[in-house]
Ligand binder design. Structure first.
Ligand code: AHR
Length: 512
């Protein structure tokens, strides 16, 4: 007999519009992501358009990627944009010192990245170099990209093939400057931020948004000291910050494809702990920015498993299973529930690196279970998030990572991973509910109660597999995929649907 796990949706209680950027992505020069994940020699046997793989573009197009962050990560603070412009044959070969001392031919630079963004329809988000760069270098990159008038930098862009400015709005001022981006303390970084920010200008109608480096994980001290130092010194320098970007990797338990039921729960718990990170960070920001003007951004998030056997350790290549799908779904649900503050979230990373949506090998390209979650969750983008409450049983307090999970809650709330978590949104009188059955072995009956509303015909789509370790491979690319939609009928405000163990579901219907 399956247990009934109850959730309540309150359509009239709105949270905020779900910014499509909450479904953002990240592409760093790391391992096999850029080469050959995106960029291949134009004359090779992999079909491409000016060196950009056609299969990858075709696979990404249905996802409608809203925003793409580039070129790092750690790599951003060692990247000099001039290396990546002009004729390919003149571009220097560099050492990717952060990622296995790999060769970096600079064949994928500003123009190639912009072409790729156009092909997949993504808004570009550039991460500037603070760690090893200069304010002048960043200043010139912004002018090169955004200036429409008469300047030698704008002319150089035209000579390199782009008549019109790129209109890049989002500029990260460094990356992880508490670590690989310069090992700074928050006060030092705040001062550097201001110096660099002063030279990042609005050109030709493009209003730039400067994104400051935020905390890693539960490092609340970074956020507090950064905000404090910015507020205290001189003219409330917080005015020059448009966004603050934190990072949160939930890590691993076991390996990418080998894990016990306990390790399944441990990873899901660490992943769900992201809720405490977001709420903790936003409450500190609120103390300094009562008007909530500064956007909260999650620049990097996802699972980080041991590198797959046989792959270079510096390449961070990992498989992606139903467990990663549940990590993605739990995280996106948290982001939707925080839609009134969270502006953007970029999963790490797009292809072949960490929790990727695509894996490519030679001329093959496959979609991971994480891809299917992003696809399943698309109707939430741009819709109005509404209250979703779970009354499902607690399945773990975090297991061996209970302390880890709890400290992420700033000790204001007790951590608990429930059998069901989810989110809900409304657009044009239609409700979309997504949810995860977090249990690795127990199928459930999901009961959704709508508060003071009803729905009739409800379309149901699930992502599940017979084995919680299921994943897609180059020989079995469709092992894990979305099930065909089914229609069920709700009774007044109540709906019951079965959810297999370790599965993700989407329900959609008109509100009565
Ligand atoms: O995503 C991999 C790395 O993780 C990024 O380069 C860095 O920002 C983070 O530590």
């Amino acid at each position: 007999m399956q247990s009934v796990q109850r959730v309540v949706v309150v359509p009239e209680e709105t949270i905020g519009e779900i910014n499509p950027y909450l479904h953002g992505h990240f592409a760093e020069h790391l391992g096999e992501l850029i080469y050959p994940g995106i960029c291949v020699p134009p004359d090779c046997n992999i079909p491409n358009t000016n060196g950009i793989r056609n299969d990858v573009v075709a696979a990404l197009n249905p996802l409608n990627i809203p925003v793409l962050r580039w070129p790092g990560g750690c790599y951003a603070d060692d990247y000099h944009w001039r290396d990546g412009i002009g004729p390919l044959e003149n571009r220097p070969m560099r050492v990717n010192r952060h990622w296995g001392a790999a060769e970096e031919p600079n064949h994928f630079g500003t123009h190639e990245f912009m072409n790729f963004c156009r092909f997949v329809g993504a808004e570009p988000y550039f991460a500037g170099n603070v760690g090893s760069g200069t304010p002048a270098e960043l200043r010139n990159w912004v002018e090169y990209c955004n200036f429409a008038g008469n300047s030698s930098l704008a002319d150089e862009r035209r000579t390199n093939g782009a008549e019109e400015p790129f209109k890049i709005r989002y500029w990260g001022i460094g990356n992880e400057n508490w670590g690989c981006g310069g090992n700074m303390n928050p006060e030092q970084y705040a001062d550097e931020f201001c110096r660099y920010r002063s030279f990042v200008s609005n050109y030709s109608g493009t209003q730039v948004e400067a994104i400051a480096c935020g905390q890693d994980n539960a490092d609340w001290d970074w956020t507090r000291r950064f905000m404090e130092h910015m507020r205290r010194n001189y003219h409330n320098r917080l005015r020059s910050v448009q966004g603050l970007a934190m990072h949160y990797y939930c890590g691993t338990a076991g390996t990418a494809i080998e894990y016990t039921n306990e390790q399944w729960l441990e990873l899901l718990a660490k992943s769900y702990a992201i809720e405490g990170i977001v709420t903790g960070c936003r409450s500190i920001m609120d103390e300094y920015d009562a008007e909530r003007r500064i956007k909260l951004i999650l620049d990097e998030w996802g699972a980080w498993h041991p590198v797959e056997k046989g792959k270079p350790t510096g390449g961070l290549y990992q498989q992606n299973t139903m467990r990663d799908a549940c990590v993605a779904a739990l995280s996106l649900d948290v982001f939707h529930n925080q839609a009134d503050k969270l502006f953007m979230a970029n999963i790490a990373q797009l292809i072949n690196v960490l929790q990727a949506v695509l894996l490519v090998e030679e001329d093959k390209c496959i979609k991971t279970p994480t891809y299917h979650v992003f696809d399943l969750y698309q109707p939430h983008k741009g819709a109005q998030a509404v209250r979703f409450e779970t009354y499902a049983d607690t399945v773990t307090d975090g297991g061996p990572s209970a302390h880890y999970c709890q400290t992420r809650y700033l000790e204001r709330k007790t951590f608990a991973l429930r059998a069901v978590h989810g989110s809900a949104s409304v657009r044009d009188g239609a409700l979309c509910v997504t949810a995860v059955n977090t249990h690795p072995t127990e199928a459930i009956e999901l009961e959704v109660e709508l508060h003071r509303s009803g729905w009739n015909e409800v379309q149901v789509v699930t992502l599940n597999a017979d084995d919680i370790h299921a994943h897609n491979t180059f020989s079995q690319p469709e092992n894990v995929q979305l099930a065909a939609p089914q229609t069920v009928t709700a009774r007044d405000g109540f709906l019951r649907v079965p959810m297999p163990a370790g599965s993700v579901i989407r329900l959609q219907g008109k509100l009565a």
